[in-house]
Design a protein. Sequence first.
Length: 202
Amino acid sequence: MNDSLRANAAVPADVSCDEQTLAAPAGAGGKPIFLVGMMGAGKTTIGRHLAKALNREFVDLDLALEARCGVPVAVIFEIEGEEGFRRRESQLLDLYSQREGIVLATGGGAVLAEQNRCMLKERGLVIYLRATSDELYQRVARDRQRPLLQTDDPRARVAELLAQRAPLYEEVATLAFDTGSTPIPQAVHDLVTLLEQHEHAR
């Protein structure tokens, strides 16, 4: 990115928003559901369909952050670095994790901060969408918008990130669900069944 574009793409310092806009929708209640997992695990795609099946609101934390900052995640990374991005991510997670009746897809690295892990575990039901390193790589290999994959060996990078993050996903998870190669409609059906079984077992 050139210097002039850097100046024009300055990220607003405050990503907080009006509390009224974060109030739970009328008629929507219940403990929030948080989806965690690696990039390519299906958090956005499965999350959107799961929310529809459960008649809940769906929020993608990365997309919400982009909307508030006015620039893509990749630009935030470039201007502020990963540390700046993670700080903003934590601020927004704090807001959205307090909403009832939503399905929230978190970013792949949201679990890195201990405060984020505490928020997830204490405020909602956490589902770890699990996939192998090879499955994840196949899903994200052509995606040029992933800042952490801008490397000479993205396959090795995916494996490295998964090894680092998998224990953290397991730590916060209420339930784990293998996405594998199952078609989305079947995966959502199986996930709804898993959630129902969990509720009955409580």
